[in-house]
Design a protein around this ligand. Structure first.
Ligand SMILES: *[C@@H]1O[C@H](CO)[C@@H](O)[C@H](O)[C@H]1NC(C)=O
Ligand SMILES: *[C@@H]1O[C@H](CO)[C@@H](O)[C@H](O)[C@H]1NC(C)=O
Length: 440
């Protein structure tokens, strides 16, 4: 744990901030060094139906620092649920920073890589898809359609998704995701210490009804001109326009030498489209000088709006959890941090992800090269079996589909915000059957 310094006043905080980078408070920090098992509780959720996945304590197949381990999902078609506790806190009147790193070594085609902040009132042994949470944050990938960063804020029992699209990383390397929520009700989402989205919680989530609405009583004035283009009165049909025929006889055509009028009938030249013919005449259109634009009812104060100055705040935060469904496993979480100090979070990302990212990329490139070499070697061996292989894949498809259907029954009920998640999982497994199965 870094030095903790609770600042007695803002003035002191400002001075400290100048003097040292670490001026805030760290509520929770997990580097997944040895001993992590004592801090985390594996949920018994899904254990009964044998669909609860195992975590692997590892730095993964490629990394920039083999000693820096995290926890990685290690079984396909499994549910994962694990959580840890920290001293209960409220982010009222303070900044909240939630940060973690995630690496999808499996080339994730459908699955989440997010974490959840939960209140005091949960049973860690039963933590699962239905457990109410306060914040859900992190990447979610499914097929081609979903590649985004979730930032869900739960208020009065309702999950509110961020309305802005925040694309997530989709490669197989480690990335750091940071959510900052400030007491002025603004937020920022960072990936690898770079801000990807920022704004007001009022604007970017539909937590409260809109402040202003279009006046439902207002009516479009009688004399409002909303016809943008009108026929040009200056444009007149040219004389004789309608007399131009659509087709003319082909002037190039000649009667064939061997044409026999008696046997073949009277020769007539074939017709062809008339190049002069331009279709029915239409009057040119011009911009209407009277045009006033599309009419919109004026904005008025929404009578249903009631401000909540603590729109950004959660009274009780006490647990951090990871709860996922994974078609293909291999997602590795590390360096989870909850603090009130964005500068400290930035520094942690610099000292972990940034410090090792080049080495990790080199290790990945090396592993990828090896994989491709092995693949092309084995595909040469298998050349004769290619057709059969293609049909084998079809069978695998059905297998993976049924696994998806099993999962669907559970998760449709339990995850309203992901109602179509497992349908998408099916689509994906149809298009890209698990390579693991192909290799078998
Ligand atoms: C854990 O991860 C390491 C590194 O990728 C791997 O070698 C090992 O087989 C994994 N263990 C399990 C149980 O998945
Ligand atoms: C697969 O099986 C079908 C029917 O048995 C056959 O017509 C086809 O040629 C096979 N191979 C591929 C690549 O589809």
């Amino acid at each position: 744990m870094p030095a903790l310094a609770r600042s007695p006043s803002f003035a002191v905080l400002a001075v400290l901030a100048l003097a040292t980078a670490v001026a805030g408070e760290v509520f929770f920090q997990e580097k997944f060094d040895d001993g992590w098992v004592d801090r985390w509780v594996k949920s018994e959720w899904k254990k009964e139906d044998n669909t609860a996945g195992e975590w692997n304590h590892t730095s993964g197949k490629w990394n920039g620092d083999a000693e820096d381990k995290g926890i990685q999902t290690s079984e396909d078609y499994r549910f994962y649920a694990i959580s840890a506790q920290f001293p209960e806190l409220s982010n009222k009147d303070k900044t909240l920073v939630l940060q973690f790193s995630v690496k999808h070594e499996q080339k994730l085609d459908c699955g989440g890589g997010y974490v959840k902040l939960l209140g005091a009132d949960i049973d860690q042994k039963k933590f699962g898809g239905e457990t109410p949470y306060s914040i859900m944050f992190g990447p979610d990938i499914c097929g081609y359609a979903t590649k985004k960063v979730h930032a869900i804020l739960t208020k009065n029992g309702k999950n509110h998704l961020i309305k802005k699209e925040v694309p997530c990383e989709t490669d197989q390397l480690t990335h750091v995701y940071t959510l900052i929520i400030r007491p002025d009700a603004t937020y920022s989402i960072l990936i690898d210490n770079a801000e990807k989205q920022t704004g007001s919680i009022y604007d970017d989530w539909d937590i409260l009804p809109a402040k202003k609405i279009r006046d439902p009583e207002a009516k479009k004035p009688e004399d409002w001109v909303d016809e943008e283009y009108i026929p040009d009165p200056e444009d007149k049909k040219p004389e004789g326009y309608d007399d131009i025929p659509k087709e003319i006889t082909d002037p190039e055509a000649t009667k064939p030498e061997d044409w026999d009028d008696e046997e073949d009938g009277e020769w007539t030249a074939p017709t062809m489209p008339n190049p002069e013919y331009k279709g029915p005449w239409t009057q040119k259109k011009i911009k209407n000088p009277e045009y006033k634009g599309k009419w919109k009812a004026p904005l008025i104060d929404n009578p249903d709006f009631k401000d909540d100055p603590y729109i950004y705040a959660f009274d009780s935060l006490k647990h951090i959890g990871i709860e996922l469904w994974q078609v293909k496993s291999g997602t590795l979480f590390d360096n989870i941090l909850i603090t009130d100090d964005p500068e400290y979070a930035k520094k942690v990302a610099e000292e972990t992800w940034a410090k090792h990212k080049d080495a990790e990329k080199a290790a990945f490139d090396e592993a990828e090269k090896k994989r491709l070499e092995e693949e092309s070697a084995s595909s040469k061996d298998d050349d004769l079996d290619d057709d059969e292989d293609a049909n084998d894949t079809d069978e695998d498809e059905d297998e993976s589909k049924s696994s998806g259907v099993d999962a669907k029954d559970d998760s449709d009920d339990e995850k309203p915000q992901h109602a179509n998640k497992d349908e998408k999982a099916e689509e994906v497994s149809k298009d890209a059957p698990s390579t693991k199965k192909d290799e078998l």
